[in-house]
Ligand binder design. Sequence first.
Ligand SMILES: *[C@@H]1O[C@H](CO)[C@@H](O)[C@H](O)[C@H]1NC(C)=O
Ligand SMILES: *[C@@H]1O[C@H](CO)[C@@H](O)[C@H](O)[C@H]1NC(C)=O
Ligand SMILES: [Cu+2]
Length: 724
Amino acid sequence: MAAGKYLLYTFLSITTAFALFFTCLHLPSPPLNAAEIFNCAACSPWCTSKSQPTTLDHQNPTRRHDHASDIPHHPLDPLTVQEITQVRSILSSHPLFRSSPFSIHSLVLEEPQKSHVLEWQTGDPLPPRKASVVARVDGKSHVLTVDLTSANIAILRTGPHSGYPTMTAEEMFTATWVPMKSERFNQTILDRGIALSDVSCLPISTGWFGAKEENRRLIKVQCYSMKDTANFYMRPIEGLTVLVDLDVQQVIEISDKGKNIPIPKAANTDYRYSAQPPNKVMKLLNPISIEQPKGPSFSVEDEHLVKWANWEFHLKPDPRAGMVISRAKARDPDTGILRDVIYKGFTSELFVPYMDPSDAWYFKTYMDAGEYGFGLQAMSLDPLNDCPRNAYYMDGVFAAVDGKPYVRRNMICLFERYAGDIGWRHAESPITGLDITEVRPKVTLVARMAASVANYDYIVDWEFQTDGLIRIKVGLSGILMVKGTSYENTNQFAGQDLYGTLLSENVIGVIHDHFVTFYLDMDIDGSDNSFVKVNLQRQMTSRGESPRKSYLKAVKKVAKTEKEAQIKLKLYDPSEFHIVNPSVKTRVGNPVGYKVVPAATAASLLDLDDPPQRRGAFTNNQIWVTPYNRSEEWAGGQFVYQSNGEDTLQTWSDRDRGIENRDIVVWYTLGFHHVPCQEDFPIMPTVSASFDLKPVNFFESNPILRFPPNTIEDLPVCKAAASA
Ligand SMILES: *[C@@H]1O[C@H](CO)[C@@H](O)[C@H](O)[C@H]1NC(C)=O
Ligand SMILES: *[C@@H]1O[C@H](CO)[C@@H](O)[C@H](O)[C@H]1NC(C)=O
Ligand SMILES: [Cu+2]
């Protein structure tokens, strides 16, 4: 879902900064809370504040790391504060930028050629540092490469082309004020009995619905009443849509079709703890946290290189993708060698179409990464609630509209997760006389971010397991985008299509989908890989062959070209989806591989020619495989805003290029159909879905066989009463 921010923007920025300071003062990493000190006084020393691990000083969430002196250490490290400043000064001396006002829509590291990154080893000098910049000057979008060493600027592409760059936070903010430039807008608000000071507006991307909307950057602004609640999303001023020109920030058109629809009441909409009636607060649980008596087992070197158990990977924030995992390698338990698994993985695009064709709703078909910036919308994580104790927090360093660097604190967290699950086990029945019980607890490492794209919150987890599995999970929470209605009870509209569910008096939760498409450049033991469909087929036995009539047979088929790897999931015609390295075999001769393991998901049911689906065509299949091409990273195209769908994963894949035994990229789309229900009001409990990347004949045998079990000596109890 989408939308940046509104009238509240400045206010919120200030409170966010304030909250961080609050955090700093009141949540130091060693427990200083009186109860904790008391509890720990008599216990084994590891849980006192003195013996908290200090080796990972930087994992203190409250560190006020000054990024001014950061320097890059790895070819994939994001641009530093100094580098962004340098790019800005190179740009400002270029004729293109000197003569006219400009806006920077993206300013990120231009990653070196993959071959250079693969050759690079710790200690080598870094490949030349370059920035990739998307800027708008005089109504034209430009894609530039800025070389930081030579100060050269290469202009790669200049508009016009289908679509516009990601909006800047500044223009989203400005757009929300534009309606108030209109006397008619003000009058409409007043006519509905709402004070202008109570109005909060959202900048809503317009999608694309034909030629009449082209050659002009547009946004639709819709508003809410903030009176008596912080959850203004539940108080829509329904049917009022202001079409705004995003470049000149002027009202183009006001559509007002909801005059008779009441503003839903404020009662029971506030979700803040502080706003709950004190006598109704439910303290049903004791506080909980995991214990790590010897400290966490991961380390983060040079800010971005993560080492944990048998994994190593590079992790960085990105303004568009949110979080990027690169060069993920797993250590082979037999040889001790780090083996390539993923070259690069990230959230490439989202697609969130609403299922209401009426005037104020039809255009709500968000593509959050390319339109709003999935990383730009990721707010600071809340220590102890968003991520557990001992988490490491990574800041995002981004460029503002004027090219100046700014820091988004605690944007990503990294932590070890023990959820009480089992890594592997076996117990022998007494009849064998063997008396065996062997169990290993499952501990994983999670890299997490949470994007708040206005009302909605997307939690993205990359969870690494010691057995080689990687689980990629998306959690949906936050607040529904709701529609005002005159109905107060379901008995008032029998048989009528409301496009959703009545959630509360005058509030409809509109049906919608969420699709999240992941880019997965798999490099299994090297770059040249193949994609193999392992189709499970019913095989009939021949007459008299067996008491059985049928069994299942695995039929392997290597996809030779892209179209053979356009996959729609089918429960009654199931397949496994392997990415293998045909040149590297196990001891017994299987090609080493990983498989994509889908789980509960949803597919788009929109008509393929519906304009939103043309733009979101990357959701037409759940899996795609393309040959590696560094220009093909964003599934909805580079310029997604108002794009018409001519540059998507679908168009690339339809070229049907060869994908056998070469460097390939796998794309996976995770989907949710969301039919809102009353429990989603006034804020949604998290709903999650995931998929796995799982080793398949990658290791010679169970890679965690030799992990030791837990013993009581490893896990002393902090306080006797604590476990009672
Ligand atoms: C509309 O109301 C706002 C808030 O009171 C005010 O700042 C603005 O000037 C008004 N617009 C017009 C055109 O009167
Ligand atoms: C790489 O991608 C770009 C953008 O889709 C395309 O123009 C180009 O033809 C592609 N190159 C190859 C070799 O497929
Ligand atoms: Cu939803």
